[in-house]
Design a protein around this ligand. Structure first.
Ligand code: HSE
Length: 298
């Protein structure tokens, strides 16, 4: 059962927001759009130079996701040509692989007429990604808070929060596996409790739209920032400059190497310009949280 001639749009995401490690995701106002049409063989055509190195055949992550979903439901999907337009920096901590997985799930569901429920999509995406933060936000938009294990899954959502966002993007990419390789196998009970408290207070503050407290807690992460920040030139200096520019808080975006800065709404352009001037190593993107997750247009 195939249909042709539709497109799927999926937002970029930032994960963690500091202590929300592996369970908090936020959709952002950058998108990947994929035009889907039937073809004689699977082929992925990337329109943006940054993506030129990615596989264009069946080893491509979007195609692999489509085929994985199809076979999970005992379906076979005929080959398609996928034309990909994206303004999401690749390998920079903005969820580009989760975006590709979310797109693959949507495409498979559409082409095979699976009518997957949001819950099915969230579980499949989290299983493929290995954690639930980016992919849940990519699929449903806004901000997501997830509990994900082999047997259980809970995903709660917040509407896109009333903040502006600045993302500082360095020229180098970083593989998530390499960044996760910097993390310790174990934390002491005391450290884990403090990390959890920071995450809980941050999430409760976000629920109350108290971004001053949320921003402060965002900078109290103990799960990953202490181990990853060593790879960032001027991390503490940038954090200080963010504060001086009026930001609520700054942290690593996902696994890095970009930095996520939460700012009062409407100030993102001005803060981005000021940070880019002070830290020219980074490109500063002025963005907003995105309300909408992945959607299909016919
Ligand atoms: N939570 C993940 C990490 C996000 O920080 O490694 C990247 O996939």
């Amino acid at each position: 059962m195939t249909e042709a001639g539709f497109s799927v749009t999926v937002p970029a995401t930032t994960a963690n927001l500091g202590p929300g490690f592996d369970h908090l995701g936020l959709a952002l106002s950058l998108n990947m759009r994929i035009e889907v049409a039937s073809a004689d063989a699977w082929y992925v055509l990337y329109q943006d130079k940054e993506y030129a190195e990615l596989p264009t055949d069946e080893t491509n992550l979007i195609v692999q996701t489509i085929q994985h979903v199809a076979s999970r439901y005992d379906q076979v999907i005929a080959s398609q040509k996928l034309v990909v337009h994206s303004d999401i920096p690749l390998g920079k901590g903005l969820g580009s692989s989760a975006t590709a997985i979310a797109a693959g799930i949507e495409i498979a569901s559409e082409l095979a007429g699976l009518q997957l429920s949001p819950k099915d999509k969230l579980r499949i995406g989290s299983e493929l990604e290995g954690h639930a933060d980016n992919v849940t936000a990519a699929l449903i938009g806004g901000m997501t808070v997830s509990y994900f294990t082999d047997d259980e899954m809970e995903v709660l959502t917040f509407p896109a929060p009333p903040i502006g966002v600045v993302i500082l993007v360095p020229p180098v990419a970083l593989k998530t596996e390499a960044s996760r390789g910097l993390l310790p196998e174990q934390l002491t009970h005391k450290v884990a409790v403090r990390g959890s408290a920071a995450g809980s207070v941050m999430t409760a503050a976000i629920a109350q739209s108290d971004w001053v407290t949320a921003g402060r807690m965002m900078e109290r992460d103990l799960y990953h920032e202490p181990y990853r920040k060593v790879g960032f030139p001027n991390f503490d200096e940038i954090r200080l400059a963010c504060k001086e520019a009026g930001a609520y808080g700054m942290t690593i975006s996902g696994a890095g190497p970009s930095l996520f800065v939460a700012v009062p709404p409407g100030t993102e352009q001005q803060v981005a310009a000021s940070l880019e001037q002070s830290f020219p190593h980074y490109q500063a993107l002025a963005l907003q949280p995105a309300e909408k997750g992945a959607y299909i247009t016919k």
